[in-house]
Design a protein around this ligand. Structure first.
Ligand SMILES: [Zn+2]
Length: 419
């Protein structure tokens, strides 16, 4: 992967990170040492190895490592005629480069590459990516509306069949997507309107891919030593995506594209992103359906979260109810990732950083009473725990490097990845 300029950028950042973290000024607090994370990694691996001695498990299955994988919930439908053909008739109109890059990112994200894809596969993907760019240009030049993603449409139907509100009330709510580079869902109860950023699901899937691929490589004894070295730099793998949420003109198309270690890893990352996007959307539906003109506050926020958890865990209409552990994992990772997001946000806005972040902790604390009903295999548990530890380690790294380092890295990101 080293020939890829995005990975080269990432590696460069990683080197800087190493340099900075050895700076005595940014020493971690005594109660929080790197060895804690190493022993957490070791412990999860030990448990996993013990229970799966004679069974290699899905996480290590090489199937898919050399493939291009379709994300069936993406913006490109593989059963349709090839995209990009419209571009032959595209008028030579200047379009907004930011919108072009974001739309290109969305279309191109419909394919995820396996980690060991060959030269032929790379060539096909490059062609696909070029066709996506032409299609994105065509859509902007002809002022086409952003298509409503499949997960948004399905969600509305699922909500109706769950019977938690009348079909009329649900139909009254308009959901629209925007090209803003944020993980973002917002409701306007008085106007019966919800707005979602189109990149939400794709962004979260990308983050899940980083976590799943790295976790599965650590859990696999054959790849563990190298994967543990990579895990030292987990913060650097995640930061480009976190930074992308804080700049208005991000060239999304230039962000690193993580690959899936295998088909199973892709499937977990994809399904977890579905759950996370649906969680954010369900939360907003709760505000519009149940909160009307009530005064906003912590109570209503937790009520909206509980509404979302209930839908996901208790109604098969929402897609993953047979896999309660996946829902559990998805929610945990979402909030741990959002806490990185809030740290970076505080640094860039010069606010005090809330390292404990109770508002976020409150939200995943709602999972605790449900934990006893959640069922998962040993392997699923190991994957979730490993992902948790990686996210905590990333948070720890940010703390150790300090605000000035984060600001410098953000400036560097801006030069490389913003219009
Ligand atoms: Zn809310």
């Amino acid at each position: 992967m080293t020939e890829d300029p995005y990975w080269a950028w990432l590696n460069e950042n990683i080197r800087k990170g190493k340099h900075q973290s050895s700076d005595p000024q940014s020493k971690p607090p005594a109660h929080m040492q790197v060895s804690d994370y190493n022993s957490a990694f070791e412990q999860i691996c030990r448990m996993r190895d013990e229970f799966l001695k004679s069974y290699p498990g899905d996480l290590s299955n090489p199937k898919g490592a050399k493939a291009m994988m379709w994300d069936i919930d993406g913006y490109v439908d593989p059963t349709n005629e090839p995209i990009g053909h419209n571009a032959l008739t595209t008028p030579p109109i200047e379009v907004n480069p930011y919108e072009l890059a974001t739309l290109h990112y969305l279309l191109r994200s419909s394919i995820v590459l396996g980690a060991d894809i060959g030269a032929d596969g790379m060539q096909s993907f490059t062609k696909f990516s070029e066709a996506c760019a032409r299609q994105a240009h065509f859509m902007l030049a002809t002022r086409q509306e952003l298509p409503v993603p499949a997960w948004l449409r399905d969600f509305k139907d699922a909500l109706k069949s769950a019977g938690v509100a009348s079909s009329a009330a649900i139909d009254k709510i308009a959901v629209s997507t925007t090209l803003r580079s944020q993980i973002y869902a917002y409701s306007y109860p008085a106007q019966h309107r919800i707005e979602v950023s189109a990149v939400t699901r794709e962004h979260l899937r990308t983050v899940n891919l980083v976590l799943c691929s790295m976790s599965s490589a650590i859990l696999d004894p054959r790849t563990r030593p190298n994967a543990l070295k990579a895990a030292d730099n987990i913060a650097d793998f995640l930061l480009p995506y976190v930074f992308s949420l804080y700049f208005p003109c991000v060239n999304y198309s230039s962000l690193p594209m993580p690959r899936a270690r295998n088909g199973y890893v892709f499937s977990v990352a994809h399904r977890a992103a579905q759950v996370q996007a649906k969680f954010l959307l369900a939360h907003e539906y709760a505000h519009v359906l149940n909160h009307g003109d009530k005064k906003p506050g912590r109570g209503l926020e937790l009520e909206a979260d509980n509404f979302a958890y209930d839908l996901l865990f208790e109604y098969p209409e929402f897609g993953e109810s047979d896999d309660s552990y996946l829902i559990y994992t998805s929610a945990k990772w979402l909030f741990l990732y959002l806490s990185l997001d809030r740290i970076v946000g505080a640094v860039l806005s010069d606010y005090d950083i809330d390292w404990v972040d109770l508002p976020i902790r409150d939200r995943d604390a709602l999972l605790i009473p449900r934990a006893s009903t959640v069922k998962g295999t040993m392997e699923q548990q190991a994957l979730q725990q490993m992902g948790d530890v990686l996210l905590f380690k990333a948070k720890y790294t940010l703390k150790a490097r300090g605000s000035e380092w984060i600001k410098a890295a953000a400036r560097d990101f801006e030069t490389r990845h913003c219009f």
